[in-house]
Ligand binder design. Structure first.
Ligand code: DGT
Ligand code: MG
Ligand code: MG
Ligand code: MG
Ligand code: MG
Length: 272
């Protein structure tokens, strides 16, 4: 197609395809959620409604994009692992990052009222998103360990901080000073001796974050076996025309993903 005399400008658009055969990790994070959480009166340190809304938006994203195998969420962020061989949008970087970010954002807004029936949205929230490529399985393991370790550190700090403020009557400046330089065992001691809180009894959702995993529940069925098969799976992606494709479940867990067990039980997450 010859196009108009203006069409040459297209040549300024450069390809941005991601390296093939590498793990793609996508992370999004709420923009200025310090303010957003205040404006919408999120409970401190953890607002269950807000966390469940994040999980809901993440689950919708995974239902929309079968290439996403794993999600991990904490606070106002979510990370997703795409399968190594993912070929969505020809692995075009901007296309993937912007579509995943905008879908998540619109799902967050779309489902807001289900989770905050008494709190109208005061303004449109936004999320930033980035893609990172990891060549080795160990990088992926370490990436998710990094995020879950972060969850643990932040939650322990925030739980102790808000106990000092809400139950201990300290100002935020005092609580900051009280916790300055303390290690994990000292925070646990403060929680236990002053507030009777056993940190290991704090819900796992808060201590470990949210893990959304796509698990294979059946091998692909040959087309000929599908005819007349009225059976169904519990897969959220269940569709008759998809019977020739592997069937998956998408589950939300609050479990350890740092140790080997989670990954050994799910070798499909890292295989080629
Ligand atoms: P950013 O990401 O650079 O645009 O800035 P922020 O303000 O989003 O900072 P970030 O992402 O480092 O920290 C997340 C903020 O969101 C943090 O100020 C606390 C708030 N937040 C997230 N989840 C909750 C929650 O469950 N309860 C409350 N009260 N605040 C939360
Ligand atoms: Mg930030
Ligand atoms: Mg943020
Ligand atoms: Mg954040
Ligand atoms: Mg278009």
């Amino acid at each position: 197609m010859a196009g108009s005399k203006y069409a040459y400008v297209r040549r300024f658009e450069l390809p941005d395809n991601l390296l093939p055969g590498t793990h793609i990790v996508f992370r999004l994070d709420g923009h200025a959620f310090h303010k957003f959480s205040d404006e919408h009166a999120f409970a401190k340190p953890n607002d269950l409604r807000a966390l469940e809304l994040m999980d809901h938006a993440a689950q919708r994203l995974m239902e929309e994009h079968p290439d996403i195998l794993l999600g991990f969420g904490e606070s106002d962020e979510y990370s997703f692992l795409l399968k190594k061989s993912a070929s969505l949008y020809n692995r075009r970087s901007a296309k993937i990052a912007t579509l995943l970010t905008s879908f998540f954002t619109s799902a967050y807004v779309y489902h807001w009222r289900d989770h905050f029936p008494d709190t109208p949205l005061r303004y449109p929230p936004s999320f930033d998103g980035r893609l990172v490529l990891y060549p080795a399985n160990q990088h992926v393991r370490d990436y998710f360990s990094w995020r879950q370790a972060d969850t643990h550190i932040n939650n322990m700090y925030n739980t102790t901080f808000w106990a000092l403020v809400q139950q201990g009557g300290e100002t935020t400046t005092q609580a900051d000073a009280t916790l300055k330089g303390t290690i994990s065992s000292q925070k646990q001691e403060i929680l236990f001796s002053r507030f009777g809180v056993n940190y290991s009894k704090v819900p796992e959702r808060f201590r470990k974050g949210s893990v959304i995993v796509r698990d294979l529940i059946s091998e692909p069925q040959p087309e000929s076996n599908v005819e007349g098969d009225g059976g169904h799976t519990h897969s959220p992606r269940k569709k008759r025309k998809d019977k020739s494709k592997p069937q998956y479940t998408i589950q939300i867990l609050h479990c350890d993903i740092i140790k080997d067990d989670f990954w050994l039980a799910r070798q499909h997450l890292l295989e080629d």
